[in-house]
Design a protein around this ligand. Structure first.
Ligand code: PLP
Length: 394
């Protein structure tokens, strides 16, 4: 037998962690790493946050799972809080980002059918990432992820991200919805402009399309608002959320307006695990912290300290990094070197980051970092950049 016991679908780093505390993680062989990846924007409150540990332990000793045959009070509570703090009127709970997007796509189709027309196509952006199910792969349309998995799910039209004219030109009598990330994450931390989102909103209203945002990566406080689109005041009809929502516990959510979701009656969708009491306890615990007065102000204050220091590194090491982009604590460092070389140089400094598209290194620290973590991050980034400029082509 030559195949590993764990199906080898990931190119993993030669690191294994056994413990985490705040923004720090410790390897099985005792090395300490500053975590500026947060498990890809998941551990929004860092590792072993005392409130999350408590709510999970309390729930673990009480009730784990009942199935959605029954009312689940934690769902009611979490849904009411999400509704109270967003555009949405109603929420479906699932376990991942891809599942939240699958439902978004299903709602787009069923909404249009409920309006008495056969529209089913969704306009999506190039360089997007929406997950690894057959429909979400088709939605993003990235060839490298679709390889070998054909036939591709039908019904997606891809346009250039940020180009409103292309989006308008792609509308046909079969178009049901538009789906975009307000900030493309995997694509390389590329924010959409407020004008672009406003233009998509107007286009959707004009043609009777649903506007759907994928905030799986940029949501839940990551950019200094509960959800990133709230910086613009432009609201979608449907939104997919996951990653940070559970702070490390698997949970996803599809939020929708009453108008969009009126077609989703009993029996129209479901999930065995979705919204189980454990997940709801932890997600409610995340919101306890993120919605507490002052928390998002603190995220913005942290970003305001971090960004100029990163920009100073760009000025100091133009042969290594050339741009800081993103919003809040969703940050992309555009690299002049190969991004994976910077990721590895940072490992040597004891810091974890995440590579992204467009030769970017993503900084996605816990939202709870303070001055000490910022100072440590800048020191490690400086060390990695210095090592790369010394050994590189410069
Ligand atoms: C991670 C991600 C997804 C997929 O989430 P999974 O939980 O891995 O299914 C979808 N959209 C965006 C923007 C993401 O960053």
């Amino acid at each position: 037998m030559t195949i590993p016991a764990v199906m080898p679908t990931y190119a993993r780093f030669d690191l294994a962690f056994e413990r985490g505390e705040g923004a720090w993680m410790y390897t099985v062989d005792g090395r300490r790493f500053l975590d500026f990846g947060s498990g890809i924007a998941v551990n929004a409150l860092g590792h072993a946050h005392p409130h999350l540990v408590k709510v999970l332990q309390d729930q673990a000793a009480t009730l784990w799972h009942t199935s959605n045959m029954f009312h689940i009070p934690g769902q009611q509570k979490l849904a009411e809080r999400l509704v109270a703090n967003t555009f949405a009127d109603t929420v479906f709970f699932c376990n991942s980002g891809a599942e939240a997007l699958e439902l978004s796509i299903k709602i787009a189709r069923r909404y249009q059918q409920s309006q008495g027309n056969g529209r089913y196509r969704v306009i999506t952006a190039r360089n997007a990432f929406h997950g690894r199910t057959l429909a979400t792969l088709a939605a993003a349309g990235q060839q490298k992820y679709l390889e070998g998995f054909g036939p591709v799910v039908e019904g997606f039209d891809h346009v250039a991200f940020g180009n409103l004219n292309e989006a308008r030109a792609a509308v046909t009598p079969e178009t049901a919805a538009v789906l975009v990330e307000p900030i493309q994450g995997e694509g390389g931390i590329t924010p959409a402009s407020a004008d672009y989102l406003r233009g998509l909103r107007a286009m959707c209203d004009e043609y009777g399309l649903l506007l759907m945002f994928d905030e799986v990566q940029c949501g839940v406080g990551r950019t200094g608002k509960l959800f990133d689109h709230q910086w613009t005041g432009i609201t979608p009809d449907v939104m997919a959320v996951a990653k940070g929502l559970g702070g490390g516990f698997p949970v996803g959510a599809c939020l929708a307006t009453e108008k969009a979701a009126a077609c989703m009656g009993a029996g129209s969708h479901g999930s065995t695990f979705g919204g189980n009491p454990l997940a709801m306890a932890v997600a409610n615990g995340v919101l306890d912290v993120v919605l507490a007065p002052g928390f998002l102000d603190q995220v913005n204050a942290t970003a305001a300290v971090l960004w100029p220091k990163l920009e100073a590194l760009v000025a100091k090491y133009p042969g290594v990094i050339t741009e800081v982009r993103g919003r809040g604590l969703m940050i992309g460092l555009k690299c002049a070197v190969t991004n994976s070389d910077l990721v590895k140089a940072l490992h040597a400094q004891g810091m974890v980051t995440v590579a992204g598209g467009d030769n970017v290194v993503r900084l996605l620290p816990p939202l709870t970092i303070g001055d000490a973590e910022i100072a440590a991050a800048i020191e490690k980034l400086d060390g990695a950049c210095a090592a790369l400029s010394a050994g590189g082509a410069a």
